[in-house]
Design a protein around this ligand. Structure first.
Ligand code: SF4
Length: 858
């Protein structure tokens, strides 16, 4: 089969992918050299897409309760329960909670049904957790939710400022484009982030600002630029409107570099260096992500950046633009159709009477919603309060991803009727579903997505639909038909849905228009417009942008009981709640366990050992993590990843800890800032279990790690080792066991000669090659050295994985640096291959080289 051009379903970079299926059904995946987002590159997650396509664990049939049913029965029930709630309690008693994973066509149908026909604004999306503050800020400053620049700008800028973004891990291909541009033309890079992340590998300056002090820094920069004569007076006069008290409001704070440095927790010299660099570089791109958005002052954080770019006229020009990095593959498409509860459709707000009438007529809508619906946090609170009687969740896992998770889970547990559409059979959210609907996955579905630079690309099918899985837009249209709207929801295919959406965007006065946007090749909207606002004309009443006077607002403070500030975020090789990436063995090796990163000084004070367990507690819950001592962590701050769920770990969920504390304008939760405490959690033993059974072990703490041929659990607990072994892997008639004081207890169980499970427990270090042991489950004959943990003369443990593509561990790399005298990343690549495929590990390779140099110098 010829390769099919499609788009990666993970992050907002929106890389082009060529997928090729062979006659046996195996699929190989390569970066599309002609796609203008990635020019052939893929990161570790994208490169492993071919390994996510198996049908193990897929939801393949509609289910009601525990029973497999036909689509008609499931859809009849959904329509009946939604209709009943609407009849008895009104349209605001039902809601959809959808996802930036949806294709634009799915999103369009969901939004049309809720806002045009059910008559409620109650559709919100998990993009609320990720991008809503940027949406609110762009609407406030520009008059419309528009990203003014494009990826090329990051390559054409003289200065790139990355704010609250671990670009190296979260937008890896874009990071590689920037790194290459820096090498080629000397781009200066400033990273503003409380953490020293891998992104700082290419930073000329890192500003580890205090959490919550963004506005203070950006306001200070703006005043400095004004004092230095670095504003664009003509652009300001002609194209920007400022309230009369704008500058006096800023003057209300001491704007000296010394005062700003104190308030932001920075060195004064670093603040001065940043201000001077910014003033000197008209070609500046400021790119930001979750660190700016996920804050109770997220809208203001972004607005402060937009103020600086508007006042300097650095917008919509080559190499000069503010630039929001979207997290999800189609967060932008969702915003285009109106998938956020506070937007109607096609960038038309509820306050736009003319635009709303256009939408009503176009849809022939009998019950157009007239007011915004409930944003995510409010939506789940309403569910908990019994006000939402029927909820349809599509392509997202809020029972893991929402903040203040205990309340979310309670709301779902007590909800009268929950429908969940998903591609997999088991998630934390599906456990609460009354009806489960099987959706098409990547490689099966057909439609479009929009990436961070307003570029629309296609996701195309290259696999047949498995089982009874169907497109989400189809399921929504079927329910709409059962509610009495068959004529308005009657499309033969996704292309027809898309044509309708395109036609609607062409009717409005907004800049969003998909008219003329080629859907056969990746293309910007509006057509042929990689940049907007370069002409100084904005979609406001007077065609001017707006400076908005904002003052810093203090976030929730640490206190003696909760003396740390907890931050949450992503890791390099996992995506969201791991429902896809979590099954890929080579993606599980880099950071296999949920961890809490802490500065070495704080670790000493808290008596925490690297690799030990620690319990993190906030005002909302507690969870257990492996301690990762990280000098890049700011003192007084903790960081935990967001990915682990009940399905993958006993007790490592970030959502249990994070406060909702939403931004009052955007409704985006303040994930990045929760007062927290941390304490060591003592255990008597730890080890691992490899088993054919997927059942979680009876251990105090466990984490499921992807493995070939068996299930792998890393485990720890308290009490007697032998008792623990009996609880985790009860003795059987066909059992071998080994015990000694140093290596602990090792046990293997067989069934009719077939290896069933292997357990290694130790009070010290439970050694043993997990990969080699896992391979024994597929071997024709189990190796006699099984309980030795590896074959005689086997190479030593290669250490934690660094390079996912070639599965190269830390110890192998440090040995190569030492023994083969590898002096740079290219030399490591030549010797071992690491960093030569997707490149996602390059920052870590550079860090290893730096550590080695420092060790020699010391
Ligand atoms: Fe996919 Fe990686 Fe590209 Fe993001 S950077 S779209 S995850 S390949």
């Amino acid at each position: 089969m010829a390769g099919v051009r499609t788009t990666c379903p993970y992050c907002g970079v929106g890389c082009g992918v060529i997928a090729t299926a062979d006659d046996a059904g195996a699929v190989s995946v390569h970066g599309d050299p002609d796609h203008p987002a990635n020019f052939g590159r893929l990161c570790s997650k994208g490169a492993a897409l071919g390994e996510t396509l198996g049908l193990d664990g897929r939801l393949l049939h509609p289910m009601v309760g525990g029973d497999k049913v036909g689509w008609d029965a499931a859809l009849d029930l959904v329509a009946d329960r939604f209709a009943g709630a609407i009849r008895d309690h009104g349209p605001d008693s039902v809601a959809f909670y959808v996802s930036g994973q949806l294709l634009t066509e799915d999103y369009y149908v969901a939004n049309k049904l809720m806002k045009g026909f059910i008559g409620s604004g109650n559709i919100d999306t998990n993009s609320r957790l990720c991008m809503a503050s940027t949406v609110a800020a762009q609407v406030r400053s520009f008059g419309e939710d528009i990203v003014p620049g494009c990826y090329d700008d990051l390559e054409q800028a003289d200065l790139v400022v990355l704010v609250g973004s671990n670009t190296a891990w979260c937008h890896p291909v874009l990071f590689q484009r920037l790194a290459a541009a820096r090498t080629a033309r000397g781009t200066r890079v400033v990273v503003i982030d409380p953490r020293r992340t891998e992104t700082c590998d290419i930073a000329d300056l890192h500003l580890p600002l205090a959490p919550g002090s963004d506005v203070r820094l950006w306001n200070g920069l703006l005043v400095h630029l004004r004092n230095a004569g670095a504003l664009d007076a003509d652009y300001l006069a002609d194209h920007v409107e400022a309230p009369a008290d704008f500058w006096t409001t800023l003057a209300g704070d001491d704007q000296s570099a010394a005062a700003i440095a104190t308030d932001c927790g920075l060195a004064e010299a670093d603040v001065q260096a940043f201000f001077a660099l910014f003033a000197a570089c008209p070609r500046t791109v400021t790119a930001w992500s979750q660190g700016s958005n996920q804050s109770r002052s997220g809208t203001d954080n972004v607005t402060a950046i937009l103020n600086v770019h508007l006042a300097t006229g650095r917008i919509g020009k080559p190499g000069a633009s503010p630039f929001s990095l979207t997290g999800q593959p189609n967060a932008m498409g969702g915003r285009e159709v109106g998938g956020l509860a506070n937007s109607l459709a096609a960038h038309i707000g509820f306050d736009d009477a003319i635009g709303a009438e256009t939408v009503r007529r176009f849809w022939n809508a009998p019950a157009l919603a007239r007011k915004p619906g409930l944003k995510a946090v409010d939506l789940f609170q309403a569910l908990g309060a019994g006000k939402i009687k029927a909820l349809w969740i599509i392509a997202t896992n809020p029972a893991v991803s929402m903040p203040e998770l205990a309340g979310i889970r309670s709301a779902l547990a007590n909800a009268p009727f929950v429908v969940v559409s998903d591609v997999v059979a088991h998630t934390d959210t599906l456990a609460f579903a009354d009806v489960r609907l099987p959706a098409l996955a990547w490689g099966e579905k057909d439609g479009s997505v929009t990436n961070s630079e307003r570029r629309v690309s296609r996701q195309r099918p290259f696999l047949p639909p498995p089982g009874e899985a169907r497109a989400d837009w189809w399921a929504l249209a079927q329910v709409a038909a059962r509610l009495g709207y068959s004529a308005e929801f009657d499309w033969p295919d996704a292309a027809a849905v898309r044509a309708e959406h395109v036609a609607l965007t062409a009717l409005t006065s907004r800049r969003l228009s998909l008219a003329g946007v080629d859907d056969t090749a990746p293309a910007h909207w509006p057509a042929h417009s990689p940049r907007l606002f370069g002409d100084g004309r904005f979609p406001t009443d007077n065609a001017k942008a707006r400076l908005v006077a904002i003052r810093p607002r203090c976030p929730a403070a640490a206190n003696p009981a909760l003396p740390f500030i907890l931050n949450t975020g992503r890791i390099r090789d996992q995506w969201h709640t791991m429902t896809r990436t979590g099954s890929v063995v080579r993606l599980g090796g880099h950071r296999p366990k949920p961890f809490v990163a802490i500065h070495p000084d704080d670790a000493v004070r808290q008596q925490l050992a690297d690799g030990g367990l620690a319990r993190v507690t906030t005002g909302y819950g507690a969870a257990l993590f492996r301690v990762l001592i990280d000098p890049g962590q700011r003192r007084g701050s903790l960081f935990v990843p967001i990915h682990w769920s009940l399905a993958t770990a006993a007790d490592g969920r970030a959502g249990l800890l994070a406060n909702a504390d939403p931004d009052p304008m955007s409704g985006q939760p303040g994930f990045k800032h929760t007062p927290a405490a941390i304490a060591a959690h003592a255990t008597d033993w730890h080890g691992f279990l490899l088993s054919r059974s997927a059942a979680a072990p009876a251990a105090d703490w466990w984490v499921r790690v992807a493995a070939d041929g068996c299930q792998r659990f890393e485990i720890a607990g308290s009490g007697c080792l032998a008792d623990a072994a009996d609880a985790i892997l009860p003795r059987g008639p066909m059992m071998s066991e080994f015990r000694d004081a140093n290596r602990g207890l090792r046990r293997a169980l067989y069934d009719d000669g077939r290896l069933e499970a292997v357990l290694f427990l130790a009070t010290g270090t439970a050694t043993g090659s997990r990969d080699w042991l896992a391979a024994q489950f597929g071997a024709l004959e189990v190796d006699g050295a099984l309980l030795a943990g590896g074959p005689a003369g086997a190479p030593a443990d290669t250490g934690p994985q660094v390079c996912a593509c070639f599965n190269i561990g830390l110890h192998t790399l440090t040995a190569a640096i030492r023994d083969l005298r590898c002096s740079d990343v290219a030399a490591i690549g030549a010797a071992l291959g690491a960093g030569t495929n997707c490149g996602s590990c390059k920052p870590e390779l550079a860090k290893l080289l730096q550590d080695a140099r420092q060790a020699v110098d010391a």
